[in-house]
Design a binder for this molecule. Structure first.
Ligand code: DQA
Length: 172
């Protein structure tokens, strides 16, 4: 007899016996160049927290929301493109602070447009109060929305927004 075909969605995986196991949906949190310097980098703009502090904050908050987190940082554009491509297969959403690549990278825009999962753009600083070259974001063209100016709390707000979007899409 033919087995019913069921494709596990994000947050689900097939068990050995063919049943469906529910796991927490994965959110891929991506950080671009120079964000590894947080804590010592222009603290008057970016605050005193390190990227490790922000990762811990995200993990704690995501757990409250029933989400799992993969947290990455790279100074190389191609690494970010590869991680975005990988989310397509494994993650339910993306939080991205692309750092300076926000303002320059068509490659990141194209990867996000192909990702087929919602992305929320985050910036620690309010980029609209800064140099005019920071006012334009390529990432914004592919993101559901942008949060900027709230420091590390922006990552928490982005996770809240994604949790809502993911819940909404599973109820349709
Ligand atoms: C940033 C803003 C960008 O303009 C800048 O290049 C960064 C950090 C932010 O989080 O405020 O590296 O993305």
């Amino acid at each position: 007899m033919a087995r019913p075909c069921y494709k596990p969605s994000h947050g689900e995986r097939a068990s050995k016996g063919g049943g469906i196991m529910t796991a927490s949906p994965i959110i891929s949190i991506l950080n671009g160049p120079n964000l590894n310097m947080l804590g010592s980098r222009q603290p008057e703009l970016y605050g005193h927290e390190t990227l490790a502090d922000i990762e811990a904050l995200c993990r704690t908050h995501a757990a409250r929301l029933g989400l799992a987190v993969e947290f990455h940082q790279s100074n190389h554009e191609g690494d970010l493109v590869t991680w975005i491509q990988e989310t397509r297969k494994r993650a339910a959403g993306i939080v991205i602070n692309a750092g300076a690549y926000t303002h320059t990278s068509v490659a990141l825009l194209d990867a996000l447009l192909a990702a087929e999962v919602p992305a929320v753009e985050v910036h620690l600083s309010n980029i609209h109060q800064r140099d005019s070259f920071r006012h334009h974001s390529y990432v914004a063209k592919a993101a559901k929305g942008m949060i900027c100016g709230f420091g590390s709390h922006g990552y928490v707000l982005a996770l809240d927004a994604l949790a809502r979007l993911i819940k909404g899409s599973s109820q349709t």
